[in-house]
Write a new protein. Structure first.
Length: 353
């Protein structure tokens, strides 16, 4: 009845053994396979996430994201988005943990850090979207917002595209200046540019910003390549959007989770009739995706629990392969299943008042 605990040291060892790019490739391949199953109706989708919003001096969101695979398990991620963390607490903007609960017994099977998991699965989903929707030969990538998530966004794209040039912009010059060093392991040419130039020259554009609610878009609408594909990943609250609505209405907009995207993604700005097919649908019907490659397309990525469930599977498989993690007794298991006080080691002890 022990719980499999994967802590930071285990994730570090996993990366040492497997490598950053191999882990990302495994995540992309596995997630794409599962998107096919979801798009074909052989997997059940997740409910929308829910949680609590903080306003005032320390804004943010704390949410729970559950997904159930019947007969296997329930994955629950608790995730916090706190845009002031960097300056206030020297903590990542996104923090979280992810748990796997056995579907039959309800016991806690595994518990793991979700900071890296969230970043990698988000980058993997964007890579799959670009693989399906970006024009053949796409080589110039634009990045608007060069914080934490931008690292794995570019890493994912480099696994599916021949990226030769990266144009970046951030309202925080420190983030923009440090980005090239943070993605140095990818071996690509990174240059600073203004948002208008990025929009005009990019084949694939990623917006990964922490724009406050009601203060988007993060770039003005303007000239762009006819085949431009955009991965928009920053919208994750009601009223928070990154893209100009005029651009969205010209595009084929493909959400990850339609209901959630209408609630807190770019699709907040659209009527339901203006939304395109989901990414899972395109994975299951690749010929349909090919028809969109010459057009303006947008992947509206809000991040949903199905992705976390698959990502945790990838980490647990690797942990099993390399013997990583620690088994910890977290849940109580009384000797007498009808007596909650009959815990091992407690029987025979003096009763405390």
């Amino acid at each position: 009845m022990d719980t499999w605990l994967l802590c930071q040291e285990d994730i570090v060892r996993m990366l040492q053994l497997v490598g950053r790019d191999e882990l990302m490739r495994r995540m992309i391949d596995t997630l794409e396979e599962e998107f096919v199953e979801l798009g074909c109706g052989r997997r059940t989708n997740s409910p929308q996430r829910s949680g609590f919003t903080r306003a005032g001096e320390v804004p943010g969101v704390i949410e729970t994201m559950p997904h159930r695979e019947a007969g296997v398990g329930v994955t629950v991620k608790t995730v916090a988005y706190s845009p002031r963390n960097l300056q206030n607490s020297r903590l990542p903007t996104i923090l979280g943990t992810v748990a796997r609960i056995d579907d039959d017994s309800g016991r806690l099977v595994a518990l793991a850090d979700a900071v890296l998991l969230t970043a990698i699965r988000t980058g993997a989903a964007s890579a799959i979207a670009a693989k399906k929707l970006a024009a053949p030969g796409s080589s110039t990538v634009g990045i608007i917002g060069t914080g934490t998530q931008a690292v794995t966004q570019l890493q994912g794209l480099c696994q599916v595209l021949d990226v030769r040039e990266v144009l970046v912009h951030d309202i925080n010059p420190i983030h923009e200046q440090s980005y090239a060093q943070r993605v140095d392991f990818l071996g690509v040419d990174v240059r600073s540019a203004d948002p208008e130039r990025i929009l005009a020259e990019a084949d694939v554009l990623c917006t990964a910003t922490s724009v406050p609610v009601g203060e988007g878009p993060v770039f003005p609408d303007g000239p762009h390549r006819p085949h431009l594909h955009i991965n928009s990943i920053g919208a994750d609250e009601i009223g928070k959007t990154e893209l100009p609505v005029s651009l969205l209405r010209r595009a084929v907009v493909c959400p990850d989770h339609p209901e959630q995207a209408r609630h807190e993604g770019e699709c907040q700005q659209l009527d339901e009739s203006e939304m395109g097919p989901t990414l899972a649908h395109l994975c299951a019907h690749p010929a349909e995706a090919e028809e969109y490659r010459s057009r303006l397309t947008v992947f509206d990525s809000t991040g949903f629990a199905f992705e976390d469930h698959v990502a945790l599977n990838v980490l647990l498989d690797l942990a099993a392969e390399y013997g990583l993690g620690t088994k910890v007794s977290i849940e109580g298991r009384p000797d007498d299943l009808l007596d909650p006080y009959s815990l091992p080691g407690l029987r025979g002890c003096r009763t405390l008042a």
